[in-house]
Design a protein around this ligand. Structure first.
Ligand code: ZN
Length: 373
């Protein structure tokens, strides 16, 4: 049984060293949870209609460990049936392995301000697509009735459109959840298998293939999309020269269709704020060396920290989507939110923690855009 095998491999995986560039836990995970719960109870004391208190009576998006691309597509269809007049389902491209890159937009279609909430750019961080799909469902269900910090969502959504990109790297999610057989393309499977062999030879890994696939962050040909953007890309010196589970920056900046699609969408609008969900560490990265929107990015980070209790950190690397958004022409206040306090793929026991601290994240970005954007 795949699930038994996965559970065993996961249990083994949890004992290994974290491969993330930074696994900062500047405070205990319990501290952040207490802060998030305090923030929610404070909001409740002031306003029983705060979005942080709203639960779907009959949710379409049901939290599970392996929240798959196919499940997400199915759930988007259900949400469309229920809330079709409130949402616009679009796409910003197609993945290497032929999967649609979804963009779901809510708010007044004529509104001039735009917020982006994106997740799942790293395959093994597939709890973040679930988070963003749950955010989307509560946004749709309570858009007319709930508030954020006393401000009616309805009023804010008159002036701001919120674009949800729940799974930027669906091929990587499929690999981490199902192994290389999760890829439809024989050629891509070959590239990934060769990448694994080279990683073994170069001692970038010493795990069995079963475990190796679980850790895959990259796309269908082993490029880490969040170091594939043209923001300090040339200065990334740790990249292998081949497909890998992590750390391969690609042959050139924006070499990948997922990167290109996201950049084209980013260049289509002037963004008031972008939020990128990752795992793990319970921190918010808000800066970059050439950041053109430094103060604004910090303010956005502070708004998200006020509900999550996460710690603010300045920067964590190069070539990331956030980094590029902060340095490109027409830059946008942007943050990377590292959810969760366990190694990826995070065990399902992290879900309540991740949801509690980040459920209003989209509304926090909306509030920031409405007032400051
Ligand atoms: Zn990540």
């Amino acid at each position: 049984m795949r699930y038994d095998r996965l559970a065993l491999a996961l249990a083994a995986a949890m004992s290994l060293t974290c491969f993330a560039p930074v696994c900062a836990l500047a405070q205990g995970p319990g501290d952040a949870l207490m802060q998030a719960e305090e923030a929610a109870s404070e909001a409740a004391a002031q306003d029983p209609d705060d979005i942080s208190l709203k639960e779907s009576a009959n949710p379409a998006v049901k939290p599970v460990m392996l929240y798959t691309y196919d499940q997400m597509v199915h759930d988007i269809g259900i949400l469309q049936g229920r809330y079709g007049n409130r949402m616009r389902v679009g796409s910003f491209g197609t993945s290497l392995d032929g999967r649609t890159l979804y963009e779901i937009t809510i708010g007044n279609p004529n509104a001039g301000k735009h917020v982006m909430i994106q997740a799942g750019i790293h395959g093994r961080e597939y709890m973040t697509p679930l988070l963003v799909m749950k955010q989307l469902e509560t946004a749709l269900e309570f858009a007319d009735t709930a508030n954020y910090k006393g401000e009616p969502l309805k009023d804010m959504l008159e002036e701001v459109q919120v674009h949800f990109l729940p799974m930027v790297n669906p091929d990587g999610v499929c690999i981490s959840q199902m192994g290389f057989e999760g890829l439809r393309s024989y050629d891509l499977r070959q590239i990934m298998e060769e990448g694994y062999e080279k990683d073994l030879e170069e001692e970038r890994t010493d795990t069995t293939l079963d475990k190796y696939v679980l850790y895959c962050k990259g796309n269908g040909r082993g490029v880490d999309l969040n170091i594939n953007f043209p923001a300090g890309w040339e200065d990334i010196t740790t990249s292998p020269g081949h497909a890998s589970y992590t750390g391969y920056k690609g042959e050139r900046p924006a070499s990948e269709p997922e990167t290109k699609g996201l950049m084209a969408l980013a260049n289509r609008y002037h963004w008031a704020a972008t939020v990128s969900y990752h795992s793990q560490g319970e921190v918010i990265y808000w800066d970059f060396p050439e950041n053109k929107v430094r103060e604004a990015s910090k303010e956005l980070a502070e708004e998200l920290a006020s509900i999550s209790g996460y710690t603010l950190l300045e920067s964590n690397g190069k070539g990331g989507f956030k980094d590029w958004m902060q340095v490109k022409d027409d830059p946008a206040p942007s943050v990377t939110v590292e959810t969760g306090a366990a190694e990826c793929p995070m065990p399902f026991s992290q879900w309540e923690n991740v949801w509690t601290k980040n459920r209003s994240g989209w509304a926090a970005a909306l509030y920031y855009a409405f007032h400051k954007g």
